[in-house]
Design a protein. Structure first.
Length: 407
């Protein structure tokens, strides 16, 4: 509730919106707002003037925007504020400019200012128990029905992983379903990459050896956002079980049990590289664990097989290697692994900046293992999620999503 004002400018509201404004009070540099549901708070006048999206000031979503922060003086004040017949806040500024603000915008901003992090999406962490929570979505539904697609995008947001089923074996089907989630990234391996065990393996994925769970391509400045693994042929019974690890869960374990080592992974640069002589040479120095401004984990990049000899002061380097060793031990702990034997027609979709993937060894003389893979950029998938949320769950549209391995 707001304080009782000495000389209030309180205007009773016309109930005309989903979250009507009950009262407002002009306090000079700030405006106090109370809503009918009892929530209340203050907004800065400078913020409010900059939030104007009238035809003169322009629109920030499209970028056809003409008002800049430098155009709004620190001492800007409203000459008058009132609640319009439509239930909006109408402000007449001292220079005569008039702005209108929907109650929803004001409520959202007051909420985010009063409850720090309230708009940040909270991922649901998992370990070996994922099977009961893993979202499964049939190919036909995801390809034909936007609402089913939205539910699968939500599963990807919540758990960083989802499964598609009954996906036809043709390469067109892989691309068709992946394309529903965003533009497919073309890499030096092409748009679609076939992982088949072969004696002349160029990358570890083409061998039959076990792979410790890892994120793909940490040696790129911007690693793949989401990966599709389409099982075409699998050697059921001959090994090759997929091992999936929630990197956020493992990192949080490390933060609890060993905060000094966790801290090193968030602030010490680690170099990953990949070179095929005469063709490509990728190298990136980045943090293994990325944090946002509130300290929440936003992304992981880690692949033990791509670690370059690390650079660092001799006093710190042993600590860094111990941090990488501890992370590797946690990743290899079966209690942290969801294990699944892929069946033909199944597609595992996962967030490559959160979920680590690996597999057990298999016997290439017993079965051919053929997975088809493609990569999508993170922002394309999140754009699809937000666009569909506008239609199917508007209240989720503006949530701040974890933005990946940003540094
Ligand atoms: Fe991989």
């Amino acid at each position: 509730m707001l304080d009782t004002p000495k000389h209030p400018t309180v205007i009773e509201n016309e109930p005309a919106s989903a979250r009507p404004i009950r009262s407002m009070r002009n306090e000079g540099a700030r405006i106090a707002v109370e809503f009918d549901d009892g929530t209340a708070g203050r907004l800065s006048m400078r913020w409010l003037r900059l939030a104007c999206e009238c035809d003169t000031c322009g629109d920030t979503a499209s970028g056809k925007r003409w008002l800049t922060p430098a155009d709004v003086p620190a001492d800007i004040r409203a000459a008058s504020v009132e609640i319009s017949l439509a239930g909006e806040m109408s402000v007449t500024w001292q220079d005569g400019h008039v702005s209108h603000f929907a109650p929803g915008l004001l409520a959202a901003h007051i909420g985010s200012a009063s409850e720090a992090g309230a708009r940040r999406f909270q991922p649901q962490l998992w370990s070996s128990d994922l099977a009961g929570r893993l979202g499964r979505f049939p190919f036909d539904a995801v390809v034909e029905d936007d609402e089913a697609l939205f539910h699968s995008l939500r599963a990807l947001r919540d758990h960083g992983i989802a499964m598609l089923t009954c996906v036809p074996a043709e390469p067109e089907a892989t691309l068709r379903v992946a394309g529903r989630y965003g533009p497919v990234r073309e890499t030096s391996y092409g748009k679609v990459f076939d992982l088949i065990s072969r004696p002349d393996a160029r990358v570890a994925g083409e061998t039959a050896r076990a792979q410790i769970p890892h994120t793909d391509e940490p040696f790129r400045y911007s690693p793949p956002g989401f990966i599709f693994f389409h099982a075409i042929r699998t050697g059921a019974g001959s090994g090759g079980t997929s091992l999936m690890v929630d990197g956020f869960q493992v990192a949080e374990q490390m933060r609890r049990k060993n905060p000094e080592l966790f801290d090193l992974l968030t602030r010490h640069g680690v170099t990953f590289h990949r070179e095929h002589a005469g063709e490509v040479f990728f190298s990136a120095e980045a943090h293994v664990v990325s944090l946002d401004a509130s300290g929440a984990i936003t992304g992981i990049r880690y692949n033990d097989r791509c670690l370059a000899p690390q650079a660092g002061a001799v006093e710190e380097i042993d600590g860094l290697i111990e941090a990488l060793a501890e992370l590797t031990r946690l990743i290899c702990d079966p209690a942290n692994q969801f294990q699944h034997q892929l069946q033909p027609g199944e597609v595992l979709v996962f967030d490559n900046q959160r979920v680590l993937h690996g597999r057990t060894a298999f016997d290439p003389t017993l079965a051919v293992r053929h997975l088809r893979s493609c990569n999508l950029d993170r922002d394309g998938v999140h754009s699809a999620l937000r666009t569909l949320a506008r239609r199917f769950a508007p209240q989720e549209t503006e949530a701040v999503l974890y933005q990946g391995a940003i540094f």
